[in-house]
Design a protein around this ligand. Sequence first.
Ligand SMILES: Cc1ncc(COP(=O)(O)O)c(C=O)c1O
Length: 392
Amino acid sequence: MYDFDTVIDHSQLASEKWAAVRQDMGPNSDDVLALSVADMEFTTAPEIIEALHRAVDGGVFGYEYCTDAYYEALQSWMSEHHHWNIRKEWITPSDGVMTAVFTGLRAVTHPGDAVIIQRPVYYPFTNAALRNGLTILNNELVQNAAGRYEMDYEDLERKASEPRCTAMILCNPHNPVGRVWSAEELRRLADICVRHGVTILADEIHADFAYPGHEVTMFSTLGEDVAAHCMEFTAPSKTFNLAGLITSNVVIPDAALRRSFGIAADNVAGLSVNHFGLVACQAAYEHGADWLNELRTYLNGNLEVLREFASGNDAIDLVEPEGTYLAWLDCRKLKMSAEELRDFMRYQARVYFDEGVLFGDGGAGFERVNIACPRSMLERACEGVEQALKHR
Ligand SMILES: Cc1ncc(COP(=O)(O)O)c(C=O)c1O
């Protein structure tokens, strides 16, 4: 039995998530709960902590390479958890996923090209495109009558066929709307991109979080034609709460794309890996499965808390997530502007969520809630919103 109930004392930690509350709301914000940035309010798996202790005790921190054992741990994890058999030569260990996505974009685009993203989406994708001199083609996700987000394939086809469109960044599972794209949906997307020579950069950082009834399809498993047109970005950071160790693994099955990626990385002095990140990643993939299983069960319970909260009021709806530990709350019935909604949550409800509008205009009126926290914290957050709704 692992412990997900203990509330972490942040007073001695330099947590970005909690610092943002103080920074934005000032000193009288100690009671405000931060359920924003996508890291967890849990300590990582004890098996990983033990491996890190051993690494510290070894006392040698010189330059190092990735060992066979490191690659094997990653390969076994992907094979067992995602039915995905990857070859060692396909893997490039890297620092953060976003660093690798930047590199991937530089590898397959030229300044002035266009890249497709699907808003509302993790907003650093926009930054990655703009910083690389690319134009953004937004293939906006659309909600069906039941509120479930879907892709607009006609629009995607139009955008992919634009002559300067050379890349697409896919997010699967999708942050923030929580979709786990089905194999059929991905196949349709892939057919369009392959037909128009658009390389897909598949960000699969949330791949280890699918709720029961949903299964993540790793992009290149769709077929050889697809594998020849994609780069995949994986990491243990969301799964095991290791974001501060800045370690990810890029998987590129196609040799020519891999070469382009390598050149793009070398042009900025290469992607570097960190001793502790490698140790933690290997330990996570070798010994972290039980912890993750229990965590998933716990998150399921947290999701149930949020479901009850949403069904207990008529102003806020939950867009049922299929994956990730992020939940997307539809607050549009409150009929507040983005600023009013933000202030309502922060100053009335005393909760600090991520504002939906950050993820694109279509996110206006939504709040993204990070449910990877002790249940008591989530319950307090829901209670805060409930009280604020009553007194509005
Ligand atoms: C979809 C997605 N990609 C990338 C990242 C960031 O990854 P990294 O910290 O490794 O750059 C996040 C973090 O929330 C994310 O949600």
